[in-house]
Design a protein around this ligand. Structure first.
Ligand SMILES: NC(=O)c1ccc[n+]([C@@H]2O[C@H](COP(=O)([O-])OP(=O)(O)OC[C@H]3O[C@@H](n4cnc5c(N)ncnc54)[C@H](OP(=O)(O)O)[C@@H]3O)[C@@H](O)[C@H]2O)c1
Length: 294
Protein backbone atom coordinates (compact mmCIF):
# COMPACT_ATOMS: atom_id res chain seq x y z
CA UNK A 1 0.00 0.00 0.00
CA UNK A 2 1.35 3.41 -0.93
CA UNK A 3 0.13 5.84 1.70
CA UNK A 4 -1.39 8.97 0.14
CA UNK A 5 -2.44 10.74 3.35
CA UNK A 6 -2.19 9.88 7.03
CA UNK A 7 -4.20 11.42 9.85
CA UNK A 8 -3.09 13.58 12.76
CA UNK A 9 -5.63 13.32 15.59
CA UNK A 10 -5.99 14.93 19.01
CA UNK A 11 -6.65 11.45 20.43
CA UNK A 12 -3.03 10.54 19.65
CA UNK A 13 -1.99 12.48 22.74
CA UNK A 14 -3.89 9.84 24.73
CA UNK A 15 -2.17 7.00 22.85
CA UNK A 16 1.19 8.40 23.87
CA UNK A 17 0.35 8.96 27.52
CA UNK A 18 0.38 6.58 30.43
CA UNK A 19 -3.32 7.24 31.06
CA UNK A 20 -4.47 4.47 28.76
CA UNK A 21 -7.34 3.55 31.02
CA UNK A 22 -9.01 6.82 30.08
CA UNK A 23 -9.66 5.96 26.46
CA UNK A 24 -8.54 4.80 23.07
CA UNK A 25 -5.87 2.18 23.70
CA UNK A 26 -7.10 -1.28 24.63
CA UNK A 27 -4.44 -3.13 26.60
CA UNK A 28 -1.83 -4.71 24.40
CA UNK A 29 -3.05 -3.04 21.24
CA UNK A 30 -0.82 -0.80 19.14
CA UNK A 31 -2.67 2.17 17.68
CA UNK A 32 -1.78 3.41 14.20
CA UNK A 33 -2.81 6.53 12.36
CA UNK A 34 -5.57 5.91 9.88
CA UNK A 35 -4.92 6.92 6.34
CA UNK A 36 -5.79 6.59 2.68
CA UNK A 37 -3.53 4.47 0.51
CA UNK A 38 -3.33 2.94 -2.93
CA UNK A 39 -2.91 -0.82 -3.22
CA UNK A 40 0.34 -1.59 -5.05
CA UNK A 41 0.40 -5.33 -4.34
CA UNK A 42 -2.32 -7.59 -2.95
CA UNK A 43 -2.67 -11.12 -1.64
CA UNK A 44 -6.25 -10.48 -0.65
CA UNK A 45 -9.25 -11.19 -2.89
CA UNK A 46 -11.18 -8.14 -1.68
CA UNK A 47 -8.58 -5.61 -2.81
CA UNK A 48 -6.89 -5.27 -6.19
CA UNK A 49 -3.88 -3.30 -7.29
CA UNK A 50 -5.04 0.25 -7.96
CA UNK A 51 -7.83 0.22 -5.35
CA UNK A 52 -7.71 3.12 -2.92
CA UNK A 53 -8.45 2.16 0.64
CA UNK A 54 -9.20 3.83 3.98
CA UNK A 55 -7.71 1.98 6.94
CA UNK A 56 -5.19 1.79 9.74
CA UNK A 57 -2.03 2.52 7.76
CA UNK A 58 0.26 4.33 10.18
CA UNK A 59 2.57 7.29 9.70
CA UNK A 60 4.67 5.81 6.92
CA UNK A 61 5.09 6.01 3.16
CA UNK A 62 4.39 2.35 2.49
CA UNK A 63 2.29 0.02 4.62
CA UNK A 64 1.87 -3.75 4.59
CA UNK A 65 -1.51 -4.33 6.24
CA UNK A 66 -3.87 -7.22 6.82
CA UNK A 67 -7.47 -7.25 5.62
CA UNK A 68 -8.84 -6.31 9.03
CA UNK A 69 -6.94 -3.01 8.92
CA UNK A 70 -8.37 -2.09 5.52
CA UNK A 71 -11.74 -0.59 6.41
CA UNK A 72 -13.33 0.43 3.12
CA UNK A 73 -12.57 1.49 -0.45
CA UNK A 74 -12.66 5.15 -1.35
CA UNK A 75 -13.56 6.87 -4.58
CA UNK A 76 -11.10 9.59 -5.49
CA UNK A 77 -13.34 10.77 -8.33
CA UNK A 78 -15.72 12.11 -5.66
CA UNK A 79 -13.15 13.86 -3.45
CA UNK A 80 -9.36 13.94 -2.90
CA UNK A 81 -7.62 11.64 -0.38
CA UNK A 82 -7.56 14.21 2.43
CA UNK A 83 -11.37 14.56 2.25
CA UNK A 84 -11.66 10.82 2.91
CA UNK A 85 -9.88 11.48 6.20
CA UNK A 86 -11.95 14.55 7.04
CA UNK A 87 -15.60 14.84 5.99
CA UNK A 88 -15.78 11.18 4.86
CA UNK A 89 -13.33 9.96 7.50
CA UNK A 90 -13.17 10.00 11.27
CA UNK A 91 -14.19 13.68 11.54
CA UNK A 92 -17.34 13.35 9.47
CA UNK A 93 -18.30 10.03 11.02
CA UNK A 94 -17.75 11.36 14.53
CA UNK A 95 -19.80 14.48 13.83
CA UNK A 96 -22.62 12.43 12.29
CA UNK A 97 -22.70 9.83 15.10
CA UNK A 98 -22.58 12.46 17.86
CA UNK A 99 -24.95 14.95 16.29
CA UNK A 100 -27.30 13.18 13.88
CA UNK A 101 -27.44 9.77 15.59
CA UNK A 102 -27.14 10.58 19.30
CA UNK A 103 -28.19 14.19 19.93
CA UNK A 104 -31.78 13.86 18.65
CA UNK A 105 -31.66 17.20 16.78
CA UNK A 106 -34.92 18.97 15.97
CA UNK A 107 -35.21 21.77 13.40
CA UNK A 108 -35.43 25.14 15.12
CA UNK A 109 -33.27 24.12 18.09
CA UNK A 110 -29.93 25.71 19.01
CA UNK A 111 -26.72 23.66 19.07
CA UNK A 112 -23.54 25.00 20.61
CA UNK A 113 -20.24 23.45 19.50
CA UNK A 114 -16.72 23.83 20.94
CA UNK A 115 -13.66 23.64 18.61
CA UNK A 116 -16.26 24.84 16.10
CA UNK A 117 -13.76 25.44 13.27
CA UNK A 118 -11.93 22.13 13.75
CA UNK A 119 -12.26 18.91 11.80
CA UNK A 120 -15.19 17.52 13.79
CA UNK A 121 -16.70 20.86 14.80
CA UNK A 122 -16.71 22.08 11.21
CA UNK A 123 -18.84 19.13 10.13
CA UNK A 124 -21.23 19.46 13.10
CA UNK A 125 -21.90 23.09 12.15
CA UNK A 126 -22.73 22.11 8.58
CA UNK A 127 -24.89 19.12 9.61
CA UNK A 128 -26.79 21.37 12.01
CA UNK A 129 -27.38 24.06 9.39
CA UNK A 130 -28.55 21.45 6.88
CA UNK A 131 -30.97 20.05 9.48
CA UNK A 132 -32.48 23.47 10.18
CA UNK A 133 -30.91 24.14 13.58
CA UNK A 134 -29.13 27.32 14.63
CA UNK A 135 -25.45 26.51 15.16
CA UNK A 136 -23.34 28.64 17.51
CA UNK A 137 -19.61 27.96 17.74
CA UNK A 138 -16.76 28.62 20.15
CA UNK A 139 -13.31 28.69 18.63
CA UNK A 140 -9.91 30.30 19.16
CA UNK A 141 -9.04 33.38 17.11
CA UNK A 142 -10.57 35.81 14.63
CA UNK A 143 -9.64 33.79 11.54
CA UNK A 144 -11.40 30.69 12.82
CA UNK A 145 -14.44 32.74 13.81
CA UNK A 146 -14.62 34.15 10.27
CA UNK A 147 -14.24 30.71 8.69
CA UNK A 148 -16.86 29.14 10.98
CA UNK A 149 -19.40 31.79 10.03
CA UNK A 150 -18.53 31.95 6.33
CA UNK A 151 -18.28 28.28 5.42
CA UNK A 152 -19.04 25.94 8.33
CA UNK A 153 -22.72 26.53 8.94
CA UNK A 154 -22.47 28.70 12.06
CA UNK A 155 -24.93 31.57 12.51
CA UNK A 156 -22.52 33.01 15.03
CA UNK A 157 -19.05 32.05 16.23
CA UNK A 158 -17.35 33.42 19.33
CA UNK A 159 -13.62 33.79 19.92
CA UNK A 160 -13.31 32.30 23.41
CA UNK A 161 -9.87 33.81 23.84
CA UNK A 162 -11.28 37.35 23.67
CA UNK A 163 -12.62 39.09 26.79
CA UNK A 164 -16.28 38.83 27.72
CA UNK A 165 -17.06 35.19 26.92
CA UNK A 166 -20.05 35.06 29.29
CA UNK A 167 -21.64 38.20 27.82
CA UNK A 168 -20.97 37.04 24.25
CA UNK A 169 -22.54 33.67 25.00
CA UNK A 170 -25.62 35.19 26.61
CA UNK A 171 -26.11 37.38 23.54
CA UNK A 172 -25.54 34.51 21.09
CA UNK A 173 -28.03 32.08 22.66
CA UNK A 174 -30.98 34.20 23.82
CA UNK A 175 -33.25 31.10 23.79
CA UNK A 176 -30.65 28.90 25.50
CA UNK A 177 -28.85 25.80 24.23
CA UNK A 178 -30.71 22.58 23.33
CA UNK A 179 -27.69 20.55 22.22
CA UNK A 180 -24.17 21.07 23.54
CA UNK A 181 -21.64 19.26 21.33
CA UNK A 182 -18.53 19.52 23.48
CA UNK A 183 -15.00 18.86 22.27
CA UNK A 184 -13.07 20.70 25.00
CA UNK A 185 -14.48 20.16 28.54
CA UNK A 186 -12.93 22.48 31.15
CA UNK A 187 -13.66 26.18 31.50
CA UNK A 188 -15.47 26.50 28.16
CA UNK A 189 -17.89 23.74 29.07
CA UNK A 190 -18.47 25.38 32.46
CA UNK A 191 -19.45 28.60 30.68
CA UNK A 192 -21.84 26.80 28.33
CA UNK A 193 -23.55 24.70 31.02
CA UNK A 194 -25.07 27.87 32.48
CA UNK A 195 -27.05 28.32 29.24
CA UNK A 196 -28.44 24.81 28.84
CA UNK A 197 -32.20 24.51 28.45
CA UNK A 198 -34.41 22.01 30.20
CA UNK A 199 -34.00 18.61 28.48
CA UNK A 200 -30.83 19.72 26.71
CA UNK A 201 -28.59 16.98 25.36
CA UNK A 202 -24.87 17.18 26.09
CA UNK A 203 -22.71 15.18 23.68
CA UNK A 204 -19.24 14.65 25.13
CA UNK A 205 -17.11 14.11 22.06
CA UNK A 206 -13.70 15.34 23.25
CA UNK A 207 -11.86 16.93 26.14
CA UNK A 208 -9.22 18.94 24.26
CA UNK A 209 -8.68 21.60 26.92
CA UNK A 210 -7.66 19.12 29.64
CA UNK A 211 -4.16 17.76 29.18
CA UNK A 212 -4.23 15.31 32.10
CA UNK A 213 -6.97 13.50 34.03
CA UNK A 214 -4.61 12.23 36.71
CA UNK A 215 -5.54 13.66 39.12
CA UNK A 216 -8.97 14.62 37.82
CA UNK A 217 -9.32 18.39 37.49
CA UNK A 218 -11.91 19.98 39.76
CA UNK A 219 -14.66 22.38 38.74
CA UNK A 220 -18.34 23.13 39.30
CA UNK A 221 -20.38 20.03 40.14
CA UNK A 222 -23.02 19.24 37.53
CA UNK A 223 -25.33 16.79 39.30
CA UNK A 224 -27.88 19.41 40.33
CA UNK A 225 -28.07 20.76 36.77
CA UNK A 226 -28.49 17.20 35.51
CA UNK A 227 -31.45 16.74 37.84
CA UNK A 228 -33.34 20.01 37.69
CA UNK A 229 -32.78 20.59 33.98
CA UNK A 230 -33.45 16.90 33.10
CA UNK A 231 -30.23 16.81 31.08
CA UNK A 232 -28.94 13.85 29.10
CA UNK A 233 -25.14 13.64 29.01
CA UNK A 234 -23.84 11.15 26.47
CA UNK A 235 -20.23 10.27 25.82
CA UNK A 236 -19.32 8.19 22.79
CA UNK A 237 -16.44 6.76 20.80
CA UNK A 238 -17.14 6.80 17.08
CA UNK A 239 -15.69 3.34 16.41
CA UNK A 240 -18.33 1.80 18.68
CA UNK A 241 -20.86 2.72 15.97
CA UNK A 242 -19.41 0.98 12.91
CA UNK A 243 -22.89 -0.41 12.11
CA UNK A 244 -24.04 3.17 11.48
CA UNK A 245 -21.07 4.09 9.26
CA UNK A 246 -22.69 3.18 5.90
CA UNK A 247 -25.68 5.41 6.68
CA UNK A 248 -23.38 8.16 7.94
CA UNK A 249 -21.21 8.04 4.81
CA UNK A 250 -24.26 8.01 2.54
CA UNK A 251 -25.67 11.09 4.30
CA UNK A 252 -22.35 12.94 4.29
CA UNK A 253 -21.76 12.19 0.63
CA UNK A 254 -25.31 13.26 -0.24
CA UNK A 255 -24.78 16.61 1.50
CA UNK A 256 -21.41 17.02 -0.23
CA UNK A 257 -22.92 16.37 -3.65
CA UNK A 258 -25.72 18.84 -2.87
CA UNK A 259 -23.16 21.53 -1.99
CA UNK A 260 -24.20 21.55 1.69
CA UNK A 261 -20.93 20.13 3.05
CA UNK A 262 -17.46 21.43 2.33
CA UNK A 263 -14.16 19.96 3.44
CA UNK A 264 -11.53 22.08 5.12
CA UNK A 265 -8.23 20.33 5.11
CA UNK A 266 -4.68 21.25 6.00
CA UNK A 267 -2.11 18.93 4.47
CA UNK A 268 1.46 18.85 5.77
CA UNK A 269 3.94 17.74 3.10
CA UNK A 270 6.38 15.09 4.28
CA UNK A 271 6.77 12.74 7.23
CA UNK A 272 9.25 15.14 8.79
CA UNK A 273 6.22 17.08 10.07
CA UNK A 274 4.94 14.13 12.08
CA UNK A 275 6.74 14.79 15.40
CA UNK A 276 5.38 18.33 15.77
CA UNK A 277 1.96 17.73 14.26
CA UNK A 278 0.02 16.75 17.40
CA UNK A 279 1.45 19.69 19.35
CA UNK A 280 0.32 21.92 16.49
CA UNK A 281 -3.26 20.71 17.01
CA UNK A 282 -3.09 21.50 20.70
CA UNK A 283 -1.79 24.98 20.00
CA UNK A 284 -4.91 25.39 17.84
CA UNK A 285 -2.78 26.29 14.81
CA UNK A 286 -4.44 23.89 12.39
CA UNK A 287 -6.63 25.47 9.76
CA UNK A 288 -8.77 22.41 9.14
CA UNK A 289 -8.49 18.67 9.39
CA UNK A 290 -4.77 18.01 9.68
CA UNK A 291 -3.18 15.22 7.64
CA UNK A 292 0.31 14.36 6.48
CA UNK A 293 1.13 13.49 2.87
CA UNK A 294 4.13 11.26 3.53
N1 LIG B 1 -15.44 10.68 20.56
C1 LIG B 1 -14.83 10.31 19.43
O1 LIG B 1 -15.01 9.21 18.92
C2 LIG B 1 -13.91 11.29 18.76
C3 LIG B 1 -13.41 11.03 17.47
C4 LIG B 1 -12.60 12.01 16.86
C5 LIG B 1 -12.28 13.18 17.56
N2 LIG B 1 -12.77 13.36 18.81
C6 LIG B 1 -12.48 14.59 19.56
O2 LIG B 1 -13.03 15.68 18.86
C7 LIG B 1 -12.27 16.84 19.17
C8 LIG B 1 -11.92 17.56 17.87
O3 LIG B 1 -11.05 16.72 17.11
P1 LIG B 1 -10.52 17.16 15.68
O4 LIG B 1 -9.78 16.01 15.11
O5 LIG B 1 -11.65 17.75 14.92
O6 LIG B 1 -9.45 18.28 16.02
P2 LIG B 1 -9.52 19.83 15.74
O7 LIG B 1 -10.76 20.38 16.39
O8 LIG B 1 -9.35 20.08 14.28
O9 LIG B 1 -8.20 20.33 16.46
C9 LIG B 1 -8.12 20.41 17.86
C10 LIG B 1 -8.63 21.78 18.32
O10 LIG B 1 -8.77 21.75 19.72
C11 LIG B 1 -8.78 23.08 20.17
N3 LIG B 1 -8.02 23.18 21.40
C12 LIG B 1 -6.78 22.76 21.62
N4 LIG B 1 -6.41 23.05 22.88
C13 LIG B 1 -7.47 23.67 23.44
C14 LIG B 1 -7.72 24.23 24.72
N5 LIG B 1 -6.78 24.21 25.67
N6 LIG B 1 -8.92 24.78 24.97
C15 LIG B 1 -9.88 24.78 24.01
N7 LIG B 1 -9.69 24.28 22.76
C16 LIG B 1 -8.50 23.74 22.52
C17 LIG B 1 -8.17 23.94 19.05
O11 LIG B 1 -9.25 24.63 18.44
P3 LIG B 1 -9.65 26.10 18.90
O12 LIG B 1 -8.57 27.00 18.39
O13 LIG B 1 -10.96 26.34 18.27
O14 LIG B 1 -9.70 26.06 20.37
C18 LIG B 1 -7.65 22.92 18.07
O15 LIG B 1 -7.68 23.40 16.76
C19 LIG B 1 -11.06 16.39 19.97
O16 LIG B 1 -11.30 16.63 21.34
C20 LIG B 1 -11.01 14.90 19.69
O17 LIG B 1 -10.37 14.19 20.72
C21 LIG B 1 -13.57 12.45 19.41
Amino acid sequence: MRVLNASVDPAMRGWLSAEKNYLTVPDGEVMKAHGVGEVIASECAAYNVGDVVFGWLGWQRFAAISEKDALWKVDLSLAPPEAWLSIFGLNGLTAWIGFTHLARPVAGETVLVTTAAGGVGGVVGQLAAAAGLTAIGLTGGADKVARAEATLGYSKAIDYRADGLDAALAEAVPKGVDIFFDNTAGALADAVFRHLNIRARVIQCGTASVSSWLPPPTGPRRERDMLVKRLAWQGFVAFDYTREFPQALADLQGLYRAGQLTAQDEVLEGLAHAPGAIARLYRGENTGRLTIRP
